[in-house]
Design a protein around this ligand. Sequence first.
Ligand code: GDP
Length: 361
Amino acid sequence: SLTIGIVGLPNVGKSTLFNALTKNDVLAANYPFATIEPNIGVVGVPDPRLARLAEVFGSQRVLPATVDFVDIAGIVRGASEGEGLGNKFLANIRESDAICQVIRAFHDENVVHVDGKVSPKSDIETIDTELMLADLQTIEKVLPRLQKESRIKKDRQPVVAAIEEAKAILEEGRTLFSAGIAQGTERAEPLRELHLLTVKPFLYVFNVDEDELMDEAFKEEQRALVAPAEAIFLNAKLEADLAELDEEEALELLQTVGQDEPGLATLARVGFDTLGLQTYLTAGPKEARAWTIKKGATAPEAAGVIHTDFQKGFIKAEVISFDDLIEAGSVGEARARGKARMEGKDYVMRDGDVVEFRFNV
Ligand code: GDP
């Protein structure tokens, strides 16, 4: 499955955040026999629709979609030159499908900042610079050979042109993602063979003081720093406390800092979206469940997530939108109202589709 690598300078609250993430580990809660790796936190994507479906179908349990976060050893200045854990660090990022930077914005005299001052802007620059330098190294290693090769093999020219463009962007001090060359897009396609780091989607977690959680002007400033990447604001220590509480107590605590959901819930949702994923829903007496698919997946591809046989033998999908189903109150009533659609193999799944597949075995 796709993973999000958590990176950041030392002492910004990564471990605190990661511990809170693993306390929320849905694998531990729902799959007691799963092997849980120490550096991976599997977090449920909150979806209130599942509880509603469980009511309609009398489902015994609810299974949300999940996002995998990987704790990547601390980055230091010079990582791109193989300093300290540099090489291992870069290899771990290369394996991640998105990069989540944890940025310190909290003030605490007892927690040393590696650069002596709290400055989100300069911390972001430090990390982005290491990633961009690593990409430039990758490019400089292969470019002369590819340029030579493309003089004979004309079909290699688009690749060389794309790499030269990427090099110019990186030399300007911009990540490829922020320049619109994001993994999965057509512009990034010719660069695929290079396994560059800064084409990966970025998201930023600002570990802020509790009063900054409500400071809209401050948050707007940080958002502007990282756009087009998403920014999430949370207090890692608070998240760790929340992870110890039951839902009602957690909501009460959140209200005291003006929030309506834990930062981790926001992080899971935004992370899931950043990975280019969406869900569809199934429900029955056993469980109400969200299944993970790529945005743009067709009905047979969606069926294949449940079982490869469902995809191979796909006949059609009976689809009811969540809103229609809840309004009707039952599948039977939704059918009677003409709200159940039979979709074929070219149907592109939509968010909120409640589905039952018909297939040959
Ligand atoms: P890491 O090096 O990035 O993994 O950082 P840690 O999670 O180990 O945190 C470094 C120190 O900062 C620890 O003493 C934490 O208790 C403290 N810390 C983490 N998050 C916060 C926060 O939101 N506010 C405050 N005041 N301290 C924090």
